[in-house]
Ligand binder design. Structure first.
Ligand code: 2AL
Length: 250
């Protein structure tokens, strides 16, 4: 089985980090590789950056399809381009926010999300609502550390303290880490806060692997049918779909 983790930002160190985090939980015999777009923002912490990350992400899905990749994990907590990626891929495509929230809801009734900058809180809340966790997601907190500063001295302490406040003040009995760049901190934070802490990269990898094992993938006939062939122009000319990429099974 071949699972590809796509870091939708263009920072190589983060791509390497998510690859390592995914490989830790992959089953023997599962090949996990990690890639990043050839264009787009260095990190994603605004709606603008999220929108501009999507073409490069979709390009990586198209390349993966040509290589026969079995499933994808979109390793950014805004789950950018998730629905569009599902229209291109034959196998499952899992976002790390949806993966982490589903897994958190299996180990606790109430979870808090702890994200990077305050401005990303609304997106996390929107996703919790979309995935059906309006009640289970009791708070979305921010540690106010930018994505690319998560490995700086002091970052782990501040993030851990915010997670502890989530347990004490929100009554959360599980924590969802709100950024792929937090993956390497997950175990240490869990040790300190005493409730399950869910990293979406690991959760997404395990869920993608499980769906492939179960032979389950989004249906190709409904909402996730292949995008119709249609002219595309300008910078996006290379994204033109010439023929159906997903064909419903008869
Ligand atoms: C993220 C993430 O996971 N990757 C990225 O570039 N930005 N999430 C976030 N909340 O800032």
């Amino acid at each position: 089985m071949h699972i590809r983790v796509i870091n939708p930002n263009t920072t190589r160190a983060m791509t390497d980090l998510v690859g390592r985090s995914a490989r830790v939980v992959a089953a023997p015999g599962t090949l996990v590789d990690a890639v990043q777009p050839t264009m787009g923002p260095a990190s994603i912490e605004s709606h603008y950056e999220e929108a501009l990350a999507v073409p490069g992400l979709l390009e990586q899905v198209a390349l993966g399809e040509a290589e026969g990749v079995d499933a994808y994990v979109v390793a950014c907590f805004g789950d950018p381009g998730l629905d569009a990626a599902r229209e291109l891929a034959h196998g499952p495509v899992i976002g790390i926010a949806e993966a982490a929230m589903h897994v958190a809801a299996l180990v606790g009734r109430r979870f808090s999300v702890v994200t990077t900058l305050g401005r990303t809180r609304a997106r996390a809340r929107e996703l919790a609502d979309r995935y059906g966790f309006r009640d289970a997601c009791v708070a979305v907190r921010a540690c106010e550390i930018p994505v690319l500063a998560l490995e700086d001295p002091g970052a782990q302490r501040r993030l851990t303290d915010e997670c502890r406040r989530a347990v004490e003040q929100d009554g959360a009995d599980a924590i969802v880490l709100g950024c792929a760049g937090m993956a390497s901190l997950c175990a240490a934070i869990a040790d300190e806060v005493g409730v399950p802490v869910v990293d979406g990269v690991a959760a997404g990898t395990v869920l993608a692997q499980s769906l492939v094992t179960l032979g389950l993938r989004p249906g190709a006939a409904g909402e996730y049918a292949s995008p119709p062939p249609k002219p595309m122009s300008g910078l996006l000319a290379g994204f033109e779909i010439h023929a159906a990429v997903r064909v419903p099974v008869a």
